[in-house]
Design a protein around this ligand. Structure first.
Ligand code: NAD
Ligand code: MG
Length: 404
């Protein structure tokens, strides 16, 4: 319950124009007595950010792109808005670490979300982490920054949010010390759960963008179709819950009603269930430890009727195997996997490569790279750049091979 004497919490939403960003604003709008919007950020979408600034009147609006920021500033000046418009990576970090901010929703897609999330960690914010790529690229350094900065980290990815909800408090120690045997990460299996390898080779962009259960941005939708999303989530779970790869089992569950589970050493398995709607984990993160109304409807178990489970097929979906491999390799390997995946997904969305080229590209880049110990964010950013160069070379060689 909300205490009337409680201070209104100021929120920065990184990636406000995206799916998670918009869902966050939806939940915030339902609780004006609890939250105010401090800053909203976007990559290049002036039209969307302008509309959001009109509606929420944030103190700051940040666009990564300087020209787009100028355009936004012009449009806001024309309506005499008081929002200050900034641009660039440093401005993203500034609004993520500003003294007036209590909560940071980290919902930028991809490696671009790393630096502002680190800034929020150093500044001791409550971080609602949707950007799983931060933990994939820099899990160890990010968790250290959270601890050193005194930040509160709340997972927003539905699976990790589910695990967080049913895990005993005080995680960070070994799972066994808390009576936990393992975590069970559920996966919808994506739109091609039952497709043959032959069918997978012929998958089109439109088919891959059509997820059966969740509405999400294009990158994570493709990741869900290749099962790389689940692979990234295995790495995410490793860092969030201090779970070894052997303690993280992926279970295909096509209905997406059980969002994940925790198995205890006495054989108990606790699960969190709900309709597949990201406003539930977002409301949980915003309100924690209170529960907030999110706008999500009641789960109708009679209508759901059945819950199915099966093992993932790593032969048809090699991306999941590659993610486990990167986690086992450790050091800079997950950052390389992530960068190669981002380039591969972009190329698939641009119809430059086939669906099954995505794991081929990632495997080639990962196996040809030298894996180092992860020591600093600067090093990981350089490794990310280098892996993207290798991935683009792979694409060029591919084009040459096809032309010959
Ligand atoms: P999206 O594509 O809908 O939105 C991405 C947001 O990031 C946009 O606001 C965009 O302007 C901004 N952005 C993109 N590139 C940027 C850059 N280079 N610099 C600064 N800002 C940039 O993505 P989404 O579906 O909202 O996902 C966001 C994050 O949340 C991803 O990491 C995704 O894996 C994670 N996530 C999403 C869902 C979901 O249901 N959508 C579920 C779990 C986790
Ligand atoms: Mg997820």
């Amino acid at each position: 319950m909300h205490d009337a004497t409680q201070k209104i919490q100021s929120v920065t939403i990184l990636g406000a124009t995206g799916t998670i960003g918009m869902h966050t604003l939806d939940v915030i709008s339902q609780h004006p007595e609890r939250f105010s919007v401090f800053a909203l950020t976007a990559n290049t979408n002036v039209e969307s950010l302008f509309k959001l600034c009109q509606q929420y009147a944030p103190q700051y609006a940040v666009m990564l792109d300087a020209n787009m920021a100028m355009e936004l500033q012009k449009q806001l000046a024309a309506i005499h808005a008081n929002t200050v418009v900034l641009s660039g990576q440093d401005a993203l970090s500034m609004v993520a670490s500003h003294d007036e901010v209590s909560i940071v929703m980290a919902a930028i897609v991809g490696a671009a979300g790393l630096q502002p999330a680190i800034a929020a960690a150093h500044a001791g914010k409550r971080i609602l982490l949707a950007n799983k790529e931060t933990l994939v690229m820099a899990g160890s350094l990010f968790m250290q920054a959270v601890e050193k900065g005194g930040a509160t980290l709340l997972p927003i990815d539905s699976e990790h949010n589910a695990i967080f909800q049913v895990m005993p408090r005080g995680h960070g120690k070994h799972l066994a010390d808390m009576g936990v045997r393992r975590v069970l990460l559920t996966a919808s299996g994506g739109p091609f759960r039952n497709s043959t390898v032959e069918e997978l080779k012929a998958v089109t962009r439109t088919q891959a963008l059509n997820h059966p259960n969740w509405i999400m941005g294009p990158k994570i939708t493709i990741d869900s179709a290749t099962l790389m999303n689940k692979g990234l989530e295995v790495i995410e779970a490793h860092w969030l819950f201090n779970a070894s790869p052997a303690q993280i089992e992926v279970v295909v569950h096509p209905q997406s009603v059980i969002h994940s589970m925790v198995e205890y050493i006495d054989g108990s398995v606790l699960a969190q269930l709900g309709n597949p709607d990201m406003r539930t984990p977002i409301a949980y993160g915003l309100g924690y430890p209170d529960r907030l109304v999110s706008g999500v409807s009641s789960l109708d178990l009679i209508k759901t009727a059945r819950l199915d489970f099966s093992a993932p097929d790593m032969k048809r979906f090699p991306c999941l195997r590659l993610a486990y491999q990167a986690l086992e390799l450790g050091g800079t390997a997950p950052a390389i996997l992530n960068a190669a995946n981002e380039v591969a997904v972009e190329a698939f969305l641009a119809e430059q490569i086939d669906f099954m080229d995505i794991p081929r590209l990632i495997e080639d880049v990962l196996t040809s790279a030298t894996i180092e110990v992860a020591l600093s964010i600067e090093q990981l950013v350089a490794i990310d750049t280098q892996a993207r160069v290798s991935a683009r070379q792979w694409l060029t060689q591919q084009k040459v091979a096809i032309a010959c």
